[in-house]
Each structure stands twice: as C-alpha cells, then as structure tokens.
Design a protein around this ligand. Structure first.
Ligand code: CMC
Length: 430
C-alpha cells in the first residue's frame, strides 16, 4: 500500500498531515490513527458513514455499480458455478478449492455436523413459542461452553477447527430450533446428502419416512446461502469483529453476531418484509402503503427496500428474483397471492419518484422471504437461515482479524454531551 499521498487537516490555523492509503480497489482512506495524538481531537462518525474500520481481503462491494465480489469472484459466477461449501472454502481460505481440496473440505464438514448430545438439552429450556433467533443466540453462545478450554484463539489450528465446527453445526442447530418449536423429534444429519439437502432433511424429514429433497428446491436454498454468506463490514460482522477483538471465545462472538442480525434493519428484514406483505394483503392497498413509506411523520418503511451501501440494484436481489421465479414455477405457485402482491409493490416502487431519487431498490431480502416461504420455511425462521449462511462470513472475518498483526481491541471514543463534573449532594438537598 502506498502512503505517499497525504491529506491535510487545518485546525485553528495549524495544519496536520495524514497519510492516504490505497486498497486494491475501492475508495482510498485517510489514515487518522495518529489524529488524537497530533490534534487532541477525535473524528465523529456515528453509524460509520465514512469510516473504514479495518483492512480486509474477503469481500468487496461497489454500491454504485451494484457489484459484490467474494475474494475477487463476482457473486453472479459463484451463484452459477459453485455450491455453498465451495463458497465457504473460498471465504475461509482465499481461493476456490481444487478437486482434492473440495472433496476433503466436504468430508470434514460432513463429519462435524452432529452436536454434542448434551447441547440438545439446552433447547428444552426454551418455551416452544420462543423466537428461533432467541434460541439461536442462546444455543450458539452455549457452544462456547463446549469448546472453551480447548480453544486458544492465537493458535491457527484451533481457529480453523472452530470455523469448521461452526459451518458444520449451524444447519443442525437451526433445524433443531425449528423442530423444537413444532414439537417434532430432532433429526440426525445424513452424510449421504449434500450440505443443503441434509439441512432440508433435518428440517422437513421425520423418523417415520425417508425424505427425498427436491433438487430444484435444494439449489434454490443453496443459492440463498451463497448470496448471504458474507457482506463486508455490515452491522453483525462488525459486531463479531468487535467482540472478537478482546480475544473472546469465537462461538460467543458468533452469538453476538446473531443477536445483531436479528434486528429488522438488518437480517430481520426478510421476516419483516413477509409480515408487511401479509399486512398489505391486497394489490389494491399498495398505493396506501407507498404513501405511508414516503410520509416523514409515519415511522413505516417499505421492508426489503433500500440499503446502506447499494445505491443501485442489489446484485443479490437480481439473482434471488430469478430463483424466486424458478421455485414458484417448480411448485406451481406462479399465482401465489403474496408473490403477485410483491411484484406489484416492486413495480410501483421502482417507478415512484421518491424511491428513484433516494435510490431505494429492492434488496435481497425482498425476494428471499418469498422463496423461503415457498420452500415451506416458516416466516419466523427466515433470519435464522440468514444466520446459518452468514456464519461462514462472520468466522472468516473473525479469523482474518485475529491473525492481523496490527489487530487491537476495538475501542471507539465519543462526543460527550452530558453533565460536567459535579458533586453528590446529600439526599435532602437534591
Ligand atoms: N422505505 C421508505 N423510505 C426509506 C426506506 C424504505 N425502506 N429506506 C430508506 N428510506 C429513506 C429514509 O427515510 C431516508 O429519507 P430522508 O433522506 O428523507 O431522511 C433515506 O431513504 C435514506 O435512508 P436511511 O435510513 O438514512 O439509510 P440507511 O443507509 O441509514 O439505511 C436501511 C439503510 C437498509 C437500514 C434502510 O433502507 C431500511 O431500513 N430499509 C428497510 C429494511 C431493510 O430492508 N433492511 C435490509 C437490508 S438488506 C439485508 C442486510 O444486508 O442486512
């Protein structure tokens, strides 16, 4: 990286120079690490609108072009030519696996899919109607109790094994959260199936009869996993990095990421989008909801629209839209009420000046909810599927952070606007 160019900041007539760093692609950054020492001032950037929080080699997004690359590979090509586990290998190790590496990785993951029998008991501590994300935060956090003493974050081998365990066990844990809510028996993994087909077996199979996953639906779900696998320094990934920066147990850090993902402005949007479509109910009411979304005094937002980074069509949304049509055709659901409603909403919003001016396009969650619903996944579990997919991105980013020699504990500062120092008065004088 070149540090020849500098940026000058002049405060009260005194100028200070800061190096400009360039990445391989994307905007340059002003390196302000020495700013407080030089000027006695902090920068102020709540919501990280203009802040690069780390160096990373994993995922690149160009929001204006609508481009998403994992380790340099366009998401469109990965979605077309690779399966989810190849994508996981790419995110974790930087390159796509060759045939031998691919076989070995598939075998490692398959051989780590079972969870400790004692972990199963955690589920019974939850109410049957508990939200699956609450269950996932708890159960994934509990994994840290199973793999704590044997986990040294400074050991590369330990980090690798943790990554494999997480990728392998998440489908089992998510499927168990679903089965628990339904009161059905947990299904053990099947090693004769692919990663995604096995997940569908653990979700939809029962001990009473053999479950045969439909290849079109397996492909659709695998695509959902690929498209959600990583997304640069989003809120949940930054949460995982920040938690991990203290050297905390990686399973506990992933639980923190799951908690963050749950919010409706982030991964919770796919669930919120389906709820919104149910609430709108009919094409005739779309106009009313579009009007509400534009009203500053109404807190309502069109769920599944807008993105902090994409100010052009979300490339994942294009692929998910395609998958949406494939799945609905396969299942004969072309005339599905919610799907028709979603298409009408999409059309009206895309032609509306408010949405055009603000560059608000449908995001991936707008379509992934419809696909998941068609696959038979209950709305409450949508964000859990997102968490299953994003786990590999979180753990890849965590690994990258821990092995970075410049890594420090994350510790932002603040602009304090509270009371100045004052004395505590006796209670009768306050
Ligand atoms: N409906 C109506 N207006 C919107 C919407 C929306 N969905 N999204 C943004 N706006 C307006 C917003 O009110 C603001 O208006 P103004 O300039 O008049 O104040 C302007 O557009 C800019 O929005 P913002 O909220 O300041 O932008 P942000 O970058 O802080 O937020 C977002 C991005 C994704 C949180 C927001 O667009 C949103 O809440 N969308 C709905 C939830 C959603 O679908 N989230 C999933 C994101 S994709 C999955 C993921 O990566 O997690």
């Amino acid at each position: 990286m070149s540090t020849q160019r500098t940026a000058t900041l002049t405060i009260d007539g005194t100028s200070h120079e800061f190096p400009i760093l360039s990445g391989s692609v994307g905007p340059d950054v002003v390196d302000i690490r020495s700013m407080y020492a030089k000027t006695g001032m902090f920068t102020f950037d709540p919501g990280f609108m203009s802040t690069a929080s780390c160096k990373s080699t994993i995922t690149y997004i160009d929001g204006d072009k609508g481009e998403l690359l994992y380790r340099g590979y366009p998401i469109e090509q990965l979605a077309e030519k690779c399966d989810f586990l190849e994508t996981c290998y790419l995110l974790l190790y930087g390159e796509l696996p060759n045939a031998e590496q691919n076989k070995e990785f598939h075998s490692i993951i398959k051989n780590h899919t079972m969870v400790h029998e004692q972990l199963i008991r955690f589920y019974s501590g939850f109410r049957r109607d508990a939200h699956p994300m609450a269950v996932l935060v708890g159960v994934v956090g509990a994994l840290s109790a199973f793999y704590h003493d044997a986990m040294d974050v400074s050991d590369e081998h330990h980090r690798r094994v943790s990554a494999h365990r997480l990728v392998a066990k998440m489908p089992t844990i998510v499927a168990m959260a679903y089965k628990y809510g339904r009161g059905e028996p947990f299904m053990y993994p099947r090693n004769d199936l692919s990663y995604t087909a096995n997940f569908m077996h653990m979700m939809f199979g029962t001990p009473c009869e053999k479950y045969e996953p439909n290849p079109v639906l397996v492909k659709a779900l695998d695509r959902i996993l690929i498209l959600h696998a990583d997304h640069e320094q989003n809120a949940s990934t930054s949460t995982v990095r920040l938690s991990g920066s203290s050297g905390a147990n990686p399973f506990a850090c992933i639980a923190a990421g799951i908690a963050c993902l749950w919010g409706p402005a982030h991964g919770g949007a796919n669930e919120a989008c389906l709820q919104m479509l149910e609430e709108i109910g009919d094409v005739s009411r779309v106009g009313e909801y579009i009007k509400r979304a534009k009203d500053k005094n109404d807190g309502f937002k069109l769920m599944g629209f807008g993105h902090r980074v994409y100010k052009n069509f979300d490339p994942r949304a294009k692929l998910m839209r395609e998958t949406c049509h494939e799945v609905l055709n396969e299942l004969g659901l072309q005339d599905d009420r919610l799907f028709k409603l979603a298409m009408a909403l999409e059309k009206i919003a895309l032609e509306d000046d408010y949405f055009i001016e603000k560059k608000l396009y449908p995001n991936v969650d707008f379509y992934s909810g419809i696909v998941q619903k068609a696959l038979g996944i209950p709305t409450q579990l949508f964000t859990g599927i997102f968490a299953l997919a994003r786990t590999v991105g979180w753990i890849a980013q965590w690994k990258e952070m821990i092995s970075d020699p410049e890594q420090k504990i994350g510790r932002p500062r603040q602009l304090f606007t509270g009371a100045n120092a004052r004395n505590v008065l006796p209670v009768d004088q306050r």
